[in-house]
Design a protein around this ligand. Structure first.
Ligand code: GDP
Ligand code: MG
Length: 478
């Protein structure tokens, strides 16, 4: 079969998909409420791989040639897939076409990072299986995919806290952190009991936000309030202009009182609405984790990641938080997938070890989620495979490497990240015990650019185990 260039093939099929979408709008118009909807949440900390995951998942659902592990595709029951206008008028649309263009265009590059919640509706026309096959016509499933920052889930812990408790915890945490030195100095210079002045409040909150950014860069994940890192359109507003204050009584109208008021406003106006309007409506959830990135950064990053996971995932155990229970009113996520992303940095021989690490990293959290009735699974995937595998002779043995194009120089290079242990405890235990470095040298990393693609018609972008991820997340509804 003739090969056509990736972008043309995809763009053409895409247009086709949109046309088919328009065609089916007729049937939609006659039964606008009858068709089932599944809401899939995609989250993870910044740069975990959310944008690439959604883009490739959607592209691979539109062009299903590389999705054999999705049973409905294998059995030929997916008749059509098409993008449709999303149901939520006030949520930005996930910029699928732009992101896909970046990944599969003539000069492939990674998409721009996004900073807020976004959404996309992909509708699937399916032939029913089992008992009803042959008895009824096709059915439609609307898959609403919601992309939101994992950092926002960390804010859940704030809902149950008052300003004094939060301040005490933060100030204790930053005592020994050099990243917070300017903030600590600014706080020392400020008088919490003095009358509130906007300039002082702004100075303090800016210094605090700078600390959070620096801490995030240094590999700490406990960087709440989450919107200080990703302010979106709230930048500069009073709900984002506060900082922790030392304990103490302070008179009305004081800096301390105003900071406390804003902290409460942040909870009521920013955190709660997110959980109410977005989180509470999610049926299935994938949590993406850049475990390889953390391994590369070192034991402290791994331990921080483990803690962040435990915190993030407490959101899936509503009983743990009174306010959240009220918001959810018994509704819960049915399935949660924990996925180690960017597995194309690793030869497949080492994928089981990576999966073991992600399982261990999320163990605590997964136990809790199971407790709350959700089904969980863990796997390693690459939403967009940017490398090819290669065995390189080395010291009389063969080293399992991957080869790709370096993002910076555009040159080809081979990577052997290091040997991941069979037992993840060999990494997680020293991390927990505060080790500074990995015992045997650590893990290397490279930034590969997406490879130029030549796609067969009907094929989506190359990936690793994206079809398995999809089978776990949505397979039972297809
Ligand atoms: N090699 C490889 N790199 C990836 C993959 N997914 C994400 N990345 C890298 O991770 C970066 C962040 O991904 P992105 O999807 O923007 O993360 P987000 O912040 O969670 O939306 C990208 O710019 C890529 O460098 C993948 O499947 N393979
Ligand atoms: Mg993103």
């Amino acid at each position: 079969m003739a090969r056509i260039s990736g972008v043309t093939g995809l763009a053409a099929d895409l247009a086709d998909g949109v046309l088919r979408g328009a065609e089916s709008l007729g049937s939609l118009a006659t039964s606008p409420f009858g068709e089932p909807t599944l809401r899939l949440g995609v989250t993870g900390l910044a740069r975990a791989g959310k944008t690439v995951f959604i883009t490739s998942l959607v592209a691979n659902l539109l062009n299903r040639g590389r999705m054999p592990q999705l049973a409905a595709v294998r059995e030929g029951r997916v008749e059509a897939a098409y993008l449709q206008p999303q149901p939520d008028d006030t949520v930005p649309r996930f910029e699928f076409e732009n992101h896909l263009g970046a990944l599969t265009g003539p000069a492939p590059h990674w998409p721009e990072s996004t900073r807020a919640v976004s959404e996309l509706r992909l509708s699937l026309r399916l032939r029913p299986n089992g008992f009803f096959a042959g008895l009824t016509g096709s059915k439609i499933l609307h898959l609403d995919i919601i992309d939101y920052p994992g950092e926002w889930l960390l804010d859940l812990a704030l809902l149950d806290k008052d300003f004094a408790t939060w301040s005490r915890e933060v100030l204790t945490r930053i005592e020994t952190r050099a990243e917070a030195d300017s903030f600590k100095a600014a706080l020392k210079a400020a008088d919490p009991e003095a009358a509130h002045g906007e300039r002082i409040a702004q100075g303090l909150s800016a210094a605090f936000a700078d600390y959070l950014q620096a801490a995030r860069r240094a590999g700490y994940y406990d960087c709440t309030p989450g919107r200080f890192l990703l302010p979106g359109d709230l930048a500069g507003s009073p709900v984002l202009t506060f900082a922790p204050m030392p304990a103490g009584e302070a008179p009305k109208g004081s800096l301390h009182r105003e900071m406390a008021r804003r902290f409460e406003a942040y909870k009521a106006r920013v955190v709660r609405p997110f959980f109410r309007d977005h989180f509470a409506r999610i049926d299935r959830q994938v949590v993406l984790v850049d475990a390889l990135g953390a391994l590369h950064s070192g034991p402290r990053a791994v331990e921080d990641l483990r803690r962040a996971m435990a915190d993030i995932l407490s959101a899936f155990r509503p009983g743990s938080n009174g306010v959240l229970s009220q918001i959810l009113r018994g509704k819960r996520v049915e399935k949660i997938l924990f996925a180690a992303t960017k597995a194309d940095h690793l030869h497949h021989q080492q994928h089981p070890q990576l999966t073991a690490i992600i399982e261990a990293l999320t163990q605590e959290a997964r136990d809790r989620a199971r407790f709350a009735g959700a089904e969980t699974a863990a796997l390693s995937l690459a939403a967009l495979r940017a490398t090819t595998e290669e065995l390189r002779p080395h010291d009389g043995a063969e080293l399992p490497c991957v080869r790709g194009i370096l993002e910076e120089t555009g040159r080809a290079a081979a990577l052997y990240p290091g040997k991941l242990p069979e037992d993840p405890g060999q990494l997680l235990t020293p991390a927990r015990q505060g080790a500074e470095k990995w015992l045997d040298g650590g893990f290397s990393s490279m930034r590969f650019a997406p490879q130029p693609l030549t796609l067969k018609p009907g094929d989506g972008p190359p990936h690793i185990r994206l079809d398995r991820a999809a089978e776990f997340l949505i397979g039972d509804r297809l």
